[in-house]
Design a protein. Structure first.
Length: 367
C-alpha cells in the first residue's frame, strides 16, 4: 500500500516508542520498525519524526513522577534526545543506513528564512541517502512543550520537503466515528477525501499518558498535508511490521488534493505574511498571467523590508495588487537589479543568483 511513494515522513508517538511502565525504549518493537524502514529506504526517501525525548529523559530526572515544571521537562528533553539519537543510529546501522539528528521548532517552519535553511539541509541529507531523525527542540522551545505536538511538526516537515506521504504511527488504527475506547460499536473510517465538520467532530482530544497529541492533532496534521498534495495515513504501531503491513483494514488514509501545484500555492497565499512589495510594468503583468516567472526586467519599483525567501506583494498600476510570491532576493538586491536583464544579475550582485525575482512556482495570482 505504501511502496509506491517517493518521499515518506514517518511520525512515531511517545506511546509507540516508549514503554509506559518503565519509560524505556521499546527496543524489540523499534528493531522491527527499523527493518521496515530499511525496506522502504531502498526505493523511497525517508524522514522520521520521533516523539519520546521528554518521556525517556524523565526516567532519569524524576522516576515515576509527573514532570510539572517547565525546566524539568526541558532537562528531561535534553537527556532523552541523546538517547533517542543513539538508539536510531545503532538500530539502522545494521542496514548500513546513516542517520542525522535534526531538532526543530514551529518557528523553523513559520519563519520563512529559517524554513528555507531547514529545507535545504533536509534535502541535502536525503540526496545523500541519510535519514533525518527529527524531534522538537524541547530543551529551548517552551511553546511546543506546553501546546505543541509532533503531529503538527510532522505535517510541517512533510510540507517542507514536498513529501507525498505522511504516516502517523499511534496507539489507534485510524479515525473512528465515535471514541472506540468508550463505545465498542464505533466504526473505523477507511478513507477521507475532505475534512469537514463531520470529520472533525469524530476526533477526540483524549491523549495517551506519555504524549501530548490526540486524534484532534492528527486531523489537523492531515488537513495541512491534504492541502499540500500529501496523503496522510493514521495507523496503529502495535502490529507486526507496522509499516509494511499497512492496509485499508488497519488504517485511515486521508487523500491529498489532486492538483498538487494549486494546493501548494493555496498554502502560500493563506499562511504567510507579506514583508514588502514590488511594482511591475504591463509586460510583466501579462507574463505572470500566462504562468511565467517574474523577471527583474519587468520590475519598476520596490518597497517594504524583506529578505530572500520572504513573501511579497506584486502590484500593477492599473489593477492594484495582482499577485503574491516568494522573493528570490532581498530588497537591497532587488533595488540593484530593477529593470535589468537576467544575464546581468551575476555581474551586478557578484554571485550567480536565480534568473527571476519570483519563480512561477512561488507565485500566486490574486486577481
Amino acid at each position: 500500500m505504501i511502496n509506491n511513494y517517493k518521499k515518506i515522513v514517518i511520525k512515531i508517538g511517545s506511546s509507540s516508542i516508549i514503554n509506559s511502565k518503565n519509560k524505556k525504549i521499546n527496543s524489540k518493537w523499534m528493531e522491527v520498525l527499523c527493518k521496515d524502514i530499511a525496506q522502504l529506504h531502498r526505493n523511497s526517501k525517508i524522514v522520521v519524526v520521533c516523539s519520546g525525548a521528554i518521556a525517556l529523559g524523565s526516567n532519569l530526572i524524576k522516576k515515576n513522577k509527573s514532570l510539572r515544571k517547565l525546566e524539568d521537562k526541558q532537562a528531561a528533553a535534553s537527556v532523552g534526545q541523546i538517547e533517542l539519537a543513539h538508539q536510531w543510529r545503532q538500530k539502522l546501522k545494521k542496514y548500513k543506513i546513516n542517520v542525522a539528528q535534526v531538532l526543530l521548532t514551529l518557528d523553523d517552519s513559520e519563519v520563512r528564512k529559517r524554513y528555507l535553511n531547514a529545507r535545504k539541509t533536509m534535502n541535502s541529507l536525503l540526496a545523500n541517502k541519510i535519514i533525518p531523525v527529527i524531534n522538537e527542540n524541547d530543551t529551548v522551545a517552551t511553546e511546543e512543550i506546553k501546546y505543541g505536538d509532533n503531529d503538527r511538526l510532522a505535517a510541517r516537515v512533510s510540507q517542507m520537503i514536498d513529501a507525498d506521504l505522511l504516516i502517523l504511527l499511534s496507539d489507534i488504527d485510524g479515525l473512528y466515528d465515535q471514541n472506540p475506547i468508550k463505545n465498542k460499536s464505533a466504526k473505523k473510517i477507511n478513507e477521507v477525501f475532505k475534512i469537514n465538520k463531520a470529520i472533525e467532530s469524530m476526533a477526540n482530544s483524549q491523549t495517551s499518558s506519555l504524549g501530548s497529541g490526540g486524534m484532534v492533532t492528527k486531523i489537523w496534521a492531515a488537513k495541512i498535508c491534504m492541502n499540500n498534495g500529501c496523503n496522510t495515513i493514521i495507523t496503529n504501531s502495535n502490529k507486526p511490521n507496522p509499516l509494511i503491513s499497512i492496509s485499508n483494514k488497519n488504517s485511515t488514509i486521508f487523500h491529498a488534493i489532486k492538483n498538487r501545484s494549486s494546493s501548494r500555492k493555496k498554502w502560500l497565499l493563506n499562511h504567510l505574511h507579506e514583508s514588502g512589495f514590488i511594482k511591475i510594468d504591463e509586460g510583466a503583468h501579462k507574463a505572470i498571467l500566462n504562468n511565467k516567472s517574474l523577471l527583474p526586467a519587468g520590475v519598476i519599483g520596490v518597497g517594504g523590508k524583506f529578505n530572500k525567501g520572504d513573501i511579497i506583494s506584486v502590484y500593477y498600476e492599473k489593477k492594484g495588487k495582482v499577485a503574491i510570491g516568494i522573493s528570490a532576493y532581498d530588497i537591497n538586491e532587488v533595488k540593484k537589479i530593477i529593470g535589468k536583464k537576467s544575464k546581468e544579475i551575476s555581474i551586478i550582485l557578484g554571485y550567480e543568483g536565480r534568473d527571476e525575482i519570483i519563480h512561477k512556482d512561488d507565485l500566486v495570482i490574486t486577481v
